[in-house]
Design a protein around this ligand. Structure first.
Ligand SMILES: Cc1cc2nc3c(=O)[nH]c(=O)nc-3n(C[C@H](O)[C@H](O)[C@H](O)COP(=O)(O)OP(=O)(O)OC[C@H]3O[C@@H](n4cnc5c(N)ncnc54)[C@H](O)[C@@H]3O)c2cc1C
Length: 558
């Protein structure tokens, strides 16, 4: 199969993101995007993760150009509130999953340094300290400040913080699609048709030849990209790709969402997506430049939609929110909220690409947005497709290309599914029937113990591999932050003692505990944190001011 002519069906963020990347990376392609005004887009999806920077790079998008059009703000981390313990017992508590590469300055034991210090000084190194220890920009996020290291002299730079690659975005995904349509796709030759697909015509080998529309058009192409959202009209509907549900592992299947006005923009426009655990799931809080997007993701086994909405409303006026001002203001902004209920379909098609149909975005798969993986799965699919086209430019796409695409995508999404499930598995909560169920009553064991290739994150496995290599294994991705934040420490006296014993006899093991000075290491961290770092952060603008001065110049956020 040679690909010159592409038809994208669907004009949500996936459709326009696909069109923009393909036209920028493969300008020789003849691309048409068709969308229906009869069928709305999903209308949620505002938080991204660091991987989006590869997509931005591929499209050549600069923050100053697109962010003001999409009410975008920066995101340096995901903050988890009340996930670890019963809040009724210990009060509100948080931990972060930051973006970026670990900073090992003054940390001779690399990724084990924190855990060794935590063993020796548990009071000084509680679980929430781990992300800060390796990513000091987390402390900046907690103080609601923002910087771009490269703009400043070395003495004003936060260790290890690379603004370009360590920040993702909060954005209005609908406006992002619109920006790509108006500023990239249409000016660069993507044809746009507003119509509704009603049927397809296939050739004798089962390849789609053309799409037939309500308006009477017959649209032919070499490759058809399904961006029709959860409907998956082409990939599942026409090509019959098997949908593998993840509901056996992920329990949340519903959401109720709304938008909040800012009451105190300087304090509420944080650079972290805050995920706050409630009685039967968790709430996302995503500060955009003009408003806050928020929603309660819950399990319908434990809450009806009405109960969930009532609990969500309680939360929105509670002290767990960043706004803690007068109750009349909290209630007044709540009154203006409209609530939308959404069903969540967790899972993925086993084959994302069949013959000449590729599914991108919700049409292909979705996992609950606890780690903001929605748009990520969209741009991961786009980048894989684009890379395949680069490899095969002018040549034929073969079944091997398609199989490779399908294998890597399905493997990746299964990995994310397991990663998300660990946010619940590792919790200590048991204060509601839901939390009791996800931590005590529900068995993940078949998925974890029957060691599937994608499950690399099992706790003891991490401990041993990190100890053996004394290096951070990139395969573990964010797992180490979730484990540490949930209070797990892979080390104990037996493991450390045995390691040190072996080190004495085997000089090739780099981690010689005999030479490690715990006091010195602890002191180095607190000197930096309470001295140099504090001074830098004190001088920085708030995230809101930073955006107003550097990105949204002259743009109103009303
Ligand atoms: C509760 C929830 C929370 C989420 N939170 C996040 C988050 O925080 N971060 C994140 O990155 N992602 C999140 N997502 C995912 C995100 O919303 C989606 O990945 C993103 O919006 C892309 O959607 P889409 O374009 O694939 O589908 P949609 O937005 O559903 O678009 C489908 C398109 O197909 C068109 N269409 C359908 N049928 C036809 C037809 N017959 N003919 C022509 N056109 C047709 C429609 O008109 C529409 O244009 C969330 C999703 C949910 C459900």
């Amino acid at each position: 199969m040679k690909i010159n002519k592409v038809l994208i069906v669907g004009g949500g963020s996936s459709g326009w993101m696909t069109a923009a990347a393909l036209i920028r990376q493969h300008p020789y392609l003849d691309i048409t995007l068709m969308e229906s005004t009869d069928i709305p887009t999903i209308g949620v999806g505002e938080s991204t993760i660091g991987h989006i920077n590869s997509y931005m790079y591929a499209c050549g998008l600069k923050d100053e150009d697109w962010m003001p059009h999409c009410n975008a703000t920066y995101k340096t981390s995901i903050k988890f509130t009340n996930f670890r313990d019963n809040p009724g017992e210990i009060g509100t508590h948080t931990f972060h999953y930051p973006f970026g590469i670990m900073d090992f300055t003054d940390k001779p034991n690399g990724p084990m340094e924190f855990f060794r210090l935590q063993n020796k000084f548990p009071e000084d190194f509680p679980p929430e300290e781990m992300a800060k220890f390796y990513h000091p920009h987390v402390i900046m996020a907690d103080e609601n400040k923002m910087t771009k290291n490269e703009l400043f002299k070395p003495e004003m730079r936060i260790r290890g913080f690379d603004h370009k690659y360590d920040t993702a975005y909060h954005m209005d995904a609908g406006l992002f699609g619109k920006y790509l349509k108006e500023q990239v796709c249409k000016p660069e030759g993507v044809k746009h048709i507003i119509d509704t697909m009603v049927s397809v015509t296939k050739d004798g080998n089962g390849f789609i030849k053309s799409i037939n529309t309500k308006g009477g058009l017959t649209l032919e192409a070499d490759l058809f990209i399904d961006c029709t959202g959860f409907r998956s009209l082409l990939l599942e509907g026409e090509m019959g790709s098997e949908f593998v549900s993840f509901h056996d592992t992920l329990q949340n299947d519903s959401a109720v969402a709304t938008n909040l006005e800012y009451a105190d923009i300087e304090n509420e426009m944080t650079s972290a997506t805050n995920c706050t655990a409630l009685s039967s799931g968790w709430v996302w809080n995503i500060p955009l430049f003009n408003r806050i997007g928020t929603g309660y993701v819950y399990s319908s086994k434990f809450k009806t939609p009405e109960e969930a909405e009532a609990e969500f409303k309680e939360h929105l006026i509670s002290d767990t929110m960043d706004y803690k001002g007068p109750m009349e203001i909290r209630k007044a902004r709540l009154e203006k909220c409209e609530f939308r209920h959404i069903k969540i379909k967790h899972g993925c098609h086993k084959q994302s690409w069949i013959k000449n149909v590729v599914g991108i975005g919700l049409s292909n798969g979705f996992i609950e947005p606890l780690e903001s993986t929605g748009l990520m799965l969209t741009h991961e699919g786009i980048m894989k497709l684009s890379d395949t086209l680069h490899q095969k430019k002018g040549k034929k796409i073969t079944q091997w290309d398609i199989d490779t695409y399908n294998f890597t995508f399905f493997d990746q999404i299964k990995g994310f599914k397991d990663f998300i499930s660990m946010h619940y598995t590792l919790s200590q909560r048991d204060d509601t029937p839901y939390w009791k169920h996800v931590t005590q009553g529900f068995s993940y064991s078949t998925k974890m113990v029957n060691y599937e290739p994608s499950i690399r994150c099992v706790y003891m496995d991490m401990a041993h591999r990190v100890l053996e290599s004394n290096a951070f294994d990139l395969d573990m991705g964010g797992m180490i932050y979730i484990q540490a934040g949930q209070g797990y420490n892979p080390l104990n006296d037996r493991i450390i003692g045995e390691r040190e014993d072996r080190n004495r006899a085997n000089s090739h093991f780099p981690n010689n505990g005999d030479n490690w000075d715990a006091e010195k290491s602890k002191q180095a961290w607190f000197d930096y944190k309470n001295g140099e770092l504090k001074n830098i952060i004190n001088k920085l603008p708030t995230h809101y001011k930073y955006l107003k001065e550097n990105i949204h110049k002259g743009v109103s956020n009303g």
